[in-house]
Design a protein around this ligand. Structure first.
Ligand code: ACM
Ligand code: ZN
Length: 771
């Protein structure tokens, strides 16, 4: 492991002029390794030793919950009793300073040899300072059991810090899978550790209604419980197929009713109040979302007069929505929110308003009458009318509305805030902010924490540019921040949730807190790996970084070395060559392995506690250099793209429908004219300049495959979010037929990068393609 004292003084000192060291002397304190990166850190000589019986002083009674929270954090592992007292002479002093920046979260922390002071002008600032203080202690401070032999020393340091954005959020969907109050609290604890301050609680959706509404008891009596659905069954299948208990449906969330197994749960209003209080102590606001007018199956199926027709269920894409034409439906929606609003003492309420199936509205006489009466020309305007109607109700109760970016369609009111999630609608955020509306980033390609992580997902989030220069200063000032969304269709357990969210949550935290001018991926990655020690003590099931050094298909001629690497040096790699899933009993990878025959490897990393990580499958194919096509006589540079219009779920289906149009393209790309649900077949030749092993990276959303010489080199098929797969082929000099097949549901992504045998990216401008 690198020495973090060295890091603080040398690496970071070089990278960040703001971090200065007044001493280069080695100490026995934990090295400084803080996420999110603070604005300014000045390490001083000496250290502070925490001992039993020390006091936490508070300059104002309002700081008591923060002080008690700090005392409880430190008590677990140390066993020390730290008493909280009012005054200015605590060993650890929390001082409310009127002169301090009022900006939420800003604070200063001074650790001296004799005492510690956290100063701030607001409660969130003390919580942020406490988290920094916590991260200055060795990772063992997080131990849930007392470690009596340890000493608890901190480096002397002065830190001044403030967040970049006021909205640093995580959304949790508790509808698709239910999380108990204790499980929600566990997530709130981890959010607090990384200074995240908004918990967006997606409390209802078609698959489960999770909050008690006293006026409408059936919402939970019936709507909170379901027989296993296709998502549950897929989780159970993966638990077996991938030897992964994290996919199992937790037994405590099952109940037997008249011989049927039902799955689910809900929060009573008392439990909600308790969680809101718990979050508040940790500086976290809770934003409830009761998604409407779509995604309301529990309501429309259990109460009359809420949907357009008595028959409810699923339409072409989404469930039957609320009927905005019926006063009874509007009353229902307001009555639900009338019980929600008092439970959440914050400024914002989230109405949802995404993904509304509007076919019923077209057929419903009440909806059509409402449109006529209100002068609404389209069903989009009816949706907007509903959103404005509910927004008016929120405003009357002193609340501001947030909605998914679909609320732009049909017109936004002045006080609405959008959450931009639809990557394929990039104009939503510029449009909303240009109209003077506030916006929060959560574009699905980077900020959906339920999307399978891969080699690039943490970095993709970390390097995403929030509030870019292409927006005006005024537009940028309307950006509240960003959040990561955890949709739980395929996340049935806390272990799986943590695996999906971590370490991306750390990248999200730094993205929303730290000054981007100070943020560098390599430095962040080192600190992220440093944080794994803390997460290990906390028992957090974070995803270990990818195993690297190989492609899905690796080509070699003669013999080759199989070299597997991982940026986290603490993991152990086990492998098999017979396709079975590696266990702790499988052979351990101990260094490069020479092979001279084609071999398939299945690889898996294991943490020090024996917990297994992802499974990686890689093929090493012994090849001869494939001969070029001697008869090829292309006429032009570039490639030909054939557009097949339709909704496909595999590349094999594309060419069953005749091509609608053909385009010339200079690279493997989606022609700008091609829109909607598409299939593409791109063909031509690739000009190989010299014999060697070439590497192909195929990135797509949804599926794609790459063929060279009519042989599949990269198989990235199937419906999926953005994913890149790489493969190799040994090629002789000359022209080789190349073909890329690709399909997408709603305007996605396609990119092919080719690397020559020396590892240099080949430039399409030099005419590598011809047809
Ligand atoms: C969403 O992902 N439907 C907001
Ligand atoms: Zn209707």
């Amino acid at each position: 492991m690198y020495k973090r004292l060295f890091f603080a003084c040398t690496i970071a000192g070089a990278l960040f002029a703001n971090i200065s060291c007044t001493s280069t002397q080695e100490t026995s304190v934990a090295d400084i390794n803080i996420i999110p990166l603070p604005k300014s850190v000045t390490q001083e000589s000496g250290s502070f030793l925490l001992t039993d019986g020390m006091t936490i002083g508070i300059s104002d009674p309002s700081l008591k919950p923060a002080a008690e929270y700090l005392a409880s954090l430190l008590a677990r592992s140390t066993g020390y009793h730290l008493s909280v007292k009012e005054g200015l002479d605590g060993d650890i002093q929390l001082s409310l300073a009127d002169s301090f920046s009022p900006k939420e979260g800003s604070y200063s922390l001074h650790v001296g040899k004799k005492n510690i002071t956290i100063s701030s002008g607001n409660y969130g600032g003390f919580i942020a300072g406490i988290q920094t203080l916590r991260q200055l202690f060795p990772a063992e401070i997080e131990s849930a059991v007392e470690l009596p032999g340890n000493t608890w020393a901190l480096p002397a340091v002065t830190i001044t810090d403030e967040p970049r954005f006021s909205w640093r959020g995580v959304m949790l969907d508790v509808s698709r899978h239910f999380y108990s109050p204790d499980e929600v609290k566990e997530l709130l604890d981890l959010m607090a550790l990384y200074k995240l301050n908004k918990f967006h609680w997606h409390l209802t959706d078609d698959q489960g209604w999770r909050i008690e509404i006293k006026k409408y008891p059936l919402l939970t009596e019936k709507g909170a419980w379901r027989p296993f659905n296709s998502q549950d069954r897929e989780c159970m299948r993966r638990a077996k197929a991938e030897d992964n208990k994290d996919f199992e449906i937790p037994a405590e969330k099952l109940r037997i009713v008249q011989g049927d197994t039902l799955y689910g749960g809900f929060y009573t209003q008392e439990e909600i109040k308790d969680i809101v209080k718990y979050a508040g102590i940790r500086g976290i606001d809770v934003i409830p979302e009761i998604d409407m007018p779509g995604h309301m199956l529990a309501a429309v199926s259990n109460y009359n007069g809420v949907s357009c027709f008595a028959q409810t269920g699923w339409g072409k894409s989404f469930s039957s929505p609320v009927c905005p034409g019926k006063d009874s439906a509007l009353e229902f929606c307001k009555n639900v929110y009338a019980e929600i609003i008092p439970l959440f003492p914050y400024k914002y309420i989230h109405l949802g308003a995404d993904e509304v199936e509007k076919t019923n509205w077209k057929k419903c006489p009440d909806c059509q009458k409402r449109m006529k009466d209100e002068g609404l020309k389209t069903e989009e305007e009816l949706q907007s009318w509903f959103v404005h109607y509910m927004e008016h109700f929120f405003n009357e109760h002193g609340k501001n509305l947030i909605g998914w970016d679909e609320i732009l369609e049909g017109g936004l009111s002045e006080t609405a805030t959008i959450m931009w999630w639809r990557n394929w609608h990039p104009q939503s955020l510029p449009e909303a902010t240009a109209q003077g509306n506030q916006a929060i980033y959560c574009p699905n390609a980077n900020f959906y924490l339920d999307v399978q992580q891969d080699r690039k997902s943490v970095r993709n989030l970390y390097e995403y540019v929030l509030a870019p220069d292409s927006l005006s200063e005024e537009q940028r000032s309307l950006i509240l921040g960003a959040q990561g969304n955890i949709w739980c269709e395929w996340i049935p357990s806390v272990a799986r949730l943590q695996y999906m969210a971590f370490p991306r949550v750390m990248a999200l935290a730094e993205k929303t807190w730290s000054d981007p001018a100070m943020c560098y991926w390599d430095d962040f990655q080192k600190r992220m790996i440093g944080q794994f020690a803390r997460l290990n003590v906390l028992g957090v099931n974070y995803r270990t970084p990818d195993l690297e050094g190989f492609h899905a298909v690796n080509a070699f001629v003669g013999e080759t070395d199989v070299r597997i690497t991982c940026v986290d040096p603490s993991i152990e790699i086990h492998y098999t060559t017979d396709g079975t899933i590696p266990t702790l009993e499988s052979p351990v990878y101990e260094g490069p392995m020479k092979i001279s025959e084609s071999t398939d490897y299945t690889l898996r990393s294991f943490k020090s506690d024996g917990k297994a990580g992802d499974i990686f499958r890689t093929r090493y194919l012994k090849q001869e250099y494939a001969p070029a096509d001697a008869d090829a006589q292309p006429q032009k540079t570039g490639l030909q793209a054939m557009w097949h219009e339709g909704r496909f779920d595999s590349c094999a289906a594309i060419q069953k429908i005749p091509a609608k149009a053909t385009f010339e393209v200079s690279d493997v790309t989606i022609p700008s004219e091609v829109k909607g649900d598409i299939g593409l077949v791109i063909k031509g030749y690739i000009n190989i300049p010299a014999e060697g092993i070439y590497t192909f990276y195929l990135l797509s959303d949804d599926g794609s495959i790459l063929k060279i010489d009519d042989e599949i080199v990269v198989d990235n098929d199937g419906p999926h979010a953005p994913a890149e797969i790489s493969g190799q082929k040994a090629l002789a000099k000359g022209l080789h037929p190349i073909e890329v097949q690709y399909f997408d549901y709603n305007g996605g992504l396609l990119q092919l990068n080719v690397y020559d045998p020396s590892g240099k990216k080949m430039d399409v401008n030099t005419g590598i393609y011809a047809y």
